[in-house]
Design a binder for this molecule. Structure first.
Ligand code: ATR
Length: 276
């Protein structure tokens, strides 16, 4: 049986949970292989590092901060998921060609629908994305691909929100989003507001939140952000963003091996690891 050769580039990645996740996936599918951390220092000659990486003939690898954009010129082809976002988190080698994908957005949507399957039945209802950075862009396109049709982006800098959406009417300021919050059945927080050490911050007030709403936060340090605690106190449903890690990995693994892996129990294991 062939042994898969997989890995991760980024910096710093010593504490990455990806080896744990992918080694579980290999085991769960009865496959053999290795997932290696290949840290590249920001001072390194990136072009030379890419040459080394190509020579290693890996089956595929993940890319994390700060190289998701820097790797673009070294690839032979981009999947739509990567070209729409302008960033790659997964590379697969097919017949010697390197193809770039982005599974961050698709992974996020998989994680959301895994926890709240009813959202698949209300794809026409209003969805609010808070933030307009790289993460928001990936999630926006993945939501469209999954069939969600009514997406609004609210951001501190309006131009950045306008650059993501298809129609100008789909952009709000953060204050407008606060005021109109009760219209939305799904609210997705994609900024880094609320992340350690600024755990007392929230990007908007939830005073107008409708209780029949799912509030999701992609910040996972801490897992229970102030925004999620406030959403829960308001009677809404909450979705913790850490499972995005698991499902972006599930989709990457599927691209590399063709196996759609069962993630049973891994959510709770991952939560325990993140909570130390
Ligand atoms: P990522 O790739 O993680 O999405 P990013 O591209 O740097 O990171 O985007 C960060 C997002 O968080 C942006 O939407 C940013 O708002 P601006 O576009 O106005 O900069 C948002 N953000 C960061 N700090 C913020 C703050 N204190 N208040 C409101 N939004 C903030």
């Amino acid at each position: 049986m062939r042994a898969y050769r997989l890995g991760l580039i980024g910096y710093p990645i010593r504490h990455s949970l990806s080896p744990w996740i992918h080694e579980q996936f290999l085991q769960r599918n009865g496959l053999t292989g290795k997932y290696e951390l290949m840290e590249i220092s920001p001072e390194a000659d990136f072009a030379a590092e890419m040459e080394n990486l190509k020579a290693m003939e890996l089956d595929g690898w993940n890319i994390t901060v700060p190289y998701k954009e820097k790797i673009l010129p070294y690839l032979d082809e981009l999947d739509a998921s990567a070209s729409q976002v302008g960033a790659v988190n997964t590379v697969v080698r097919r017949e010697g060609r390197l193809i770039g994908y982005n599974t961050d957005g698709t992974g996020y949507v998989r994680s959301l629908l895994h926890h709240y399957p009813h959202l698949a039945e209300i794809k026409g209802s209003k969805v609010l994305l808070l933030g307009a950075g790289g993460a928001a862009k990936g999630i926006y396109h993945a939501l469209l691909l999954a069939g969600f049709t009514n997406l609004t982006v609210a951001n501190r800098t309006l131009d950045k929100a306008a650059a993501i959406v298809q129609e100008e009417a789909d952009v709000l300021t953060l204050r407008e989003a606060e005021a109109e919050l009760n219209q939305f059945r799904l609210v997705i927080q994609t900024t880094n507001v609320g992340m350690k050490p600024n755990t007392d911050d929230t990007v908007i007030s939830l005073k107008q939140l409708h209780r029949d709403t799912v509030v999701s936060d992609i910040v996972y340090q801490p897992l229970w952000t102030k925004l999620l605690k406030e959403a829960e106190a308001a009677g809404a449903s909450v979705h913790c963003g850490h499972t995005m890690l698991l499902y972006q990995a599930q989709h990457a693994f599927e691209i590399w091996t063709g196996h759609l892996t069962d993630t049973k129990d891994m959510d709770t294991q991952l939560q325990a690891i993140l909570e130390g």
